[in-house]
Ligand binder design. Sequence first.
Ligand code: AQP
Length: 340
Amino acid sequence: MTDTPFTPRVFSGIQPSGNLTLGNYLGAVRRFVEMQNSGIETIYCMVDMHAITVWQDPGDLRRRTRELAAAYLACGLDPKKSILFNQSQVPAHAELGWVLNCVTRLGWMNRMTQFKDKAGKNAEKMSLGLYAYPSLMAADILAYKATHVPVGEDQKQHVELTRDIANKFNHDYKVNFFPEPEPIIEGAATRVMSLRDGSKKMSKSDPSDMSRINMMDDADTIAKKIRKAKTDPEPLPDNLDDLAGRPEARNLINIYAGISGQTPEAVIAEVAGQQFGQFKPLLADLAVAHLSPIANEMHRLMGDVSEIDRILGDGANRAAEIAEPILAEVFDIVGFVRSR
Ligand code: AQP
């Protein structure tokens, strides 16, 4: 992490828009846990307001928000060390979001690749919320003056936009109020790809369940998905350069490295010469051994949703205590009369 004149503070979030995937886990949640244990203040959110930028069945959204909270806890986030809450319960996100909508330039938003990917040819039919998503994400981060944002590779552009928005706010109002937060993109699996198509990101909302490993999948399902993962007929080489042009093979090596905590270089040296018939069972065993205890703990936690709601409520109170004075200062800076 680089030096910043602002007190280090970590913020990140995940949408409760589907089953948490192995991609979310390796790209984001594992980093969340590492940062929590590094002694910096950490704030982790279930960003339910982002989730509704595309249609969510209300009952599913409620269940998935609690499941995501259960996943955070089962993966090692500790509500005594980190602030855990769902975004809609802290109004400062939406309120700062509006102010930042008025700072953000349309030209910047038009360059956001995630909107283009998600909207495809149907941009006219997408919600205004989906288009404005990155400016609300900037508010999520800046409402806490967060300095570091652990994310997967796909979110890098949004964190860079947050830096532009912070910078323009500071410049327009002649203040040094917001930090320019840094994306923290680390580990062997910062972009886990679909198991069915090595050119597409593994995603909660992919229509094919076989494209991803869900954190609540049972051992047989994990093994089946890995067995059926798309690969090629060549054996594994002894170096990563020779995996160029073999995205599915590279993805499985990265997943193995991400789960085992090794580098992809070390993994390829270990499995050089193996056919996928040998390598896939090794990967399946590793994934099942690592993920099954997390899934079991998630199921246990989901047996008592009132306890999950209590943890989220407590987190929201603590988050609001930090965000409200920052928002009040923003109101003063922009010239809103605070009449009550
Ligand atoms: N495939 C991935 N590999 C590594 N990291 C990933 N992340 C997402 N997919 C991968 C990281 O997970 C965090 C949470 O993402 P999000 O829920 O805010 O939205 P997303 O990036 O759009 O993730 P999904 O799974 O693809 O969700 P949907 O399908 O709802 O859009 C982020 O840090 C992200 O980088």
